[in-house]
Write a protein of this length. Structure first.
Length: 350
């Protein structure tokens, strides 16, 4: 396992992390995974033994059961707490009341306490807002997250699924008010869905944010088990839970390219898909989930895959984003600046 610097925090996290959305499967999460506590513990132990030090969960996964399963596994496995980086999230609905959801100060400060109880921890290393709450000013959210950090209940804060403009607004407010700023952006990023390259990646580079891709296999589509023109295999997650969305024609092109590279490289399609993400220097840690130990080990093996340049270029071409304004104008004008050369100085006659 290799490790990458986590934004500007000064700590290193494994370039592949463990996602826990497959734990329990209570409620609407059943199609994603319904692992028992024992099965969840096996995955956690397998990941840690393979060098994974980053584990991600959320208060809404399986209605809180995912956090409980992870907490129980950590207690049972008895691994040093300081060797792990545990992350969870807040925003989703956790109760029937009108204030049991969102990013208000009230919901954030109560949610962190409940998450810590379920996780059986004194603090989490990364506390992330799970998405947008347009009813709460982002300034209130940033101040509440700063309170969480100052109270010792979290070490860092991050965000998931925010548009670039709102993330930048939050960062600017934190900087101007001397509050804890986001250190990471957890975003959907795969070879089939490269949308974050338009605005989020430039923002992350400029603000030194760690990018943490979720669902790197597009909900199982990029495992190689699927044909875009046929029904998915019975029992597979994406067969019954068609999410995240993937544009059909691009998905077919990408799958074809991934299969070609996998055949030439002698590894699974899933490993190639994850290795392609790892070929981007701005990616910090890829969050992978699994239903079985075998699936997890195959995903973790992506850290050992080094794609040849022509293979990366092949996947890039198959997954290329269509031009979009103002991006194409920015590129056009930037090219004009980069191509400018000063005339060579005229030599004077001796």
């Amino acid at each position: 396992m290799r490790y990458r610097l986590f934004g500007e925090t000064g700590i290193f996290i494994s370039e592949i992390g463990l996602g826990t959305m497959t734990f329990s499967g209570k409620g609407r999460w059943a199609p994603i995974g319904a692992l028992t506590p024992s099965e969840a513990e096996t995955l956690v132990g397998t990941a840690i033994d393979a060098g994974v030090n980053f584990i991600d969960t959320a208060d809404v996964y399986a209605e809180g059961e995912s956090e409980k399963y992870l907490g129980a596994a950590l207690v049972s496995l008895k691994r040093p707490r300081e060797s792990l980086i545990i992350a969870t999230k807040v925003r989703g609905r956790t109760g029937p009341g009108p204030n049991d959801v969102g990013l208000s100060r009230k919901h954030i400060l109560s949610s962190i306490d409940e998450s810590l109880k379920r996780l059986k921890l004194d603090y989490v290393d990364l506390y992330q807002i799970h998405g947008v709450d347009l009813n709460t000013p982002i300034e209130e959210t940033v101040r509440a997250l700063d309170t969480v950090v100052r109270s010792g209940k979290a070490r860092y804060v991050g965000y998931c699924n925010l548009p670039a403009w709102l993330a930048m607004k939050a960062l600017a407010y934190a900087d101007s008010s001397n509050l804890m700023r986001f250190v990471s952006a957890q975003m959907y990023y795969t070879a089939t869905n490269r949308d974050i390259e338009r605005e989020v990646v430039p923002l992350a580079k400029d603000q030194h944010l760690a990018i943490l891709p979720w669902s790197p296999l597009a909900g199982g589509l990029l495992t190689g088990k699927f044909d875009m023109d046929k029904p998915g295999p019975k029992g597979a997650r994406r067969t019954s839970y068609d999410f995240p969305p993937v544009e059909h024609d691009r998905g077919k092109r990408v799958l074809s390219a991934l299969r070609f590279v996998a055949d030439e490289s002698g590894v699974s399609v899933a490993r190639v898909a994850i290795a392609w993400l790892l070929s981007h220097s701005y990616v910090t840690s890829i969050i992978t989930g699994a239903k079985t130990k075998e699936q997890l080990l195959d995903n973790l093996g992506s850290s050992d895959v080094r794609l040849a340049a022509d293979h990366v270029n092949l996947i890039n071409a198959a997954s290329e984003l269509p031009p979009e304004y103002p991006g194409w104008m920015v590129e056009r004008l930037d090219h004009d600046r980069r191509s400018w050369e000063l005339p060579a100085p005229v030599k004077k006659a001796a």
